[in-house]
Design a protein around this ligand. Sequence first.
Ligand SMILES: [Zn+2]
Length: 87
Amino acid sequence: MTRDHQFAGLRASELYCPRCRTARPVRERLLLVLPRGELHEYRCAVCGESLGTRTVTVPVSLQTAPVPPPGMGPGSRRRRPSPGRLQ
Ligand SMILES: [Zn+2]
């Protein structure tokens, strides 16, 4: 993939569209919701050409990651079968 545009921390209101061959206003569209943020896609507002994506990371304080309490996990009491009778 050679058209991998990354806009880290850059809010672009206009981007160069290769199909229109000029700078066009872009539409930002939520493409994917990732565990650590959201993947937004920029599309040309005129022709709809995909101009790139941007990952918007969610601050840690806003994440609702379930943290299991220590000692209560399913693996705290596991039986490990012996690989065989080697004695
Ligand atoms: Zn365009």
